[in-house]
Design a protein around this ligand. Structure first.
Ligand code: AHR
Length: 328
């Protein structure tokens, strides 16, 4: 069977890329719908949005952006459901959206696999899918019309390049995100390829949360006493690692350097305060791009298969003004 894992590739290492429509344009979810085939009231487009959870500062900012953009003023009737990081909750929400006969389904999948059945059901119901943030790995053909998110692999590569250039002899502990999620799989692949497996002393998942990141770091401090650098797949787990390192009597950012991904305000403050050493941004504020995609998909207009959200990276030269000006 053919696997349709959607991946993003080929961006420059600077990360300061423009938002791009990469692949060839595709048609918006099959046949163009007649003007009166709008299941939302008053010409609103009804959208079922399954958010994967509220596990991190990034996710909170992403949810705020989605809710601020998918509004009646913008022509959207939104049914937003939080899955609390459980795939079964997401699958239930997606089936509910099918039963409700929404015009468009948007969702951010908690993990990559396990969607074949429900994606086929959505396809059979002729409801177009806008994939948000994370990626899917499915045998269903053309499982979504368009995807909007970050280049996770490039984020990992950028983090790895900083480590290689600045701490070439690093003994690295990798704090992984939710195992099997696109963000974990691709960040790890990008990072590991640059730093080399021989420099990684251990790995464990902190499920993208501060509490689980702290617990995983506490265990790692016991298991890998020679570790001198943590690569955390998001800021929240890195912030949990700061607590564990401090509790162990060591100095975060000095005795054990910390490299993270996201760039939420708390993370960048830790960077400015010298507790983080490098942060690769993953921008969660792209609700406007989601609305634009939903409208085009609903109207049967051409949309790019992939749209990459702008990312950059920060080191300890970041200023307080830059942090205070952040939207999240
Ligand atoms: O999928 C994006 C990732 O999910 C963010 O980096 C992380 O903070 C979140 O939980």
């Amino acid at each position: 069977m053919v696997s349709n894992k959607m991946r993003t590739r080929g961006l420059t290492a600077t990360m300061a890329v423009l938002a791009l429509g990469l692949a060839a344009c595709s048609s918006g979810g099959g046949d163009e719908k007649p003007a009166d085939d709008n299941k939302g009231g008053d010409d609103l487009i009804s959208v079922g949005f399954s958010q994967l959870g509220a596990e991190s500062g990034w996710r909170t900012a992403n949810t705020e952006s989605v809710k601020a953009s998918l509004t009646e003023e913008n022509g959207i009737e939104l049914n937003f459901v939080d899955a609390q990081q459980k795939q079964e909750n997401q699958i239930k929400a997606l089936r509910d959206f099918i039963d409700q006969g929404v015009d468009v389904i948007a969702f951010s999948p908690v993990v990559e696999t396990g969607w074949d059945e429900v994606l086929q059901e959505i396809k059979d119901a002729d409801i177009p899918v806008v994939l948000v943030d994370r990626t899917v790995d499915t045998t269903v053909e053309d499982p979504y019309v368009t995807w909007i998110g970050a280049d996770f692999k490039q984020e990992g590569t950028t983090a790895g390049e900083w480590v290689k250039a600045n701490v070439p002899d690093a003994k690295i502990f990798e704090l992984q995100g939710t195992l099997g999620s696109g963000a974990q799989v691709d960040r790890e692949e990008g990072f590991d390829a640059v730093v080399g497996a021989e420099n990684i002393v251990g790995k464990a998942s902190g499920n993208f949360t501060r509490a689980e990141g702290k617990a995983a770091m506490e265990a790692a401090l016991q298991a890998y006493p020679d570790m001198n650098l943590v690569f955390a797949h998001n800021d929240d787990m890195g912030l949990g690692a700061i607590e564990a390192i401090t509790d162990a009597g060591k100095v975060p950012g000095k005795d054990i350097k910390i490299v993270t991904i996201d760039g939420v305000r708390d993370g960048l403050q830790a960077l400015k305060d010298g507790k983080f050493n490098y942060v690769v941004e993953c921008n969660p504020v792209f609700g406007d791009q989601i609305v634009d995609a939903i409208k085009k998909v609903h109207n049967g207009e051409d949309v790019p298969k992939e749209t990459i959200v702008v990312d950059k990276a920060f080191d300890q030269t970041i200023t307080q003004e830059e942090i205070d000006a952040r939207l999240y």
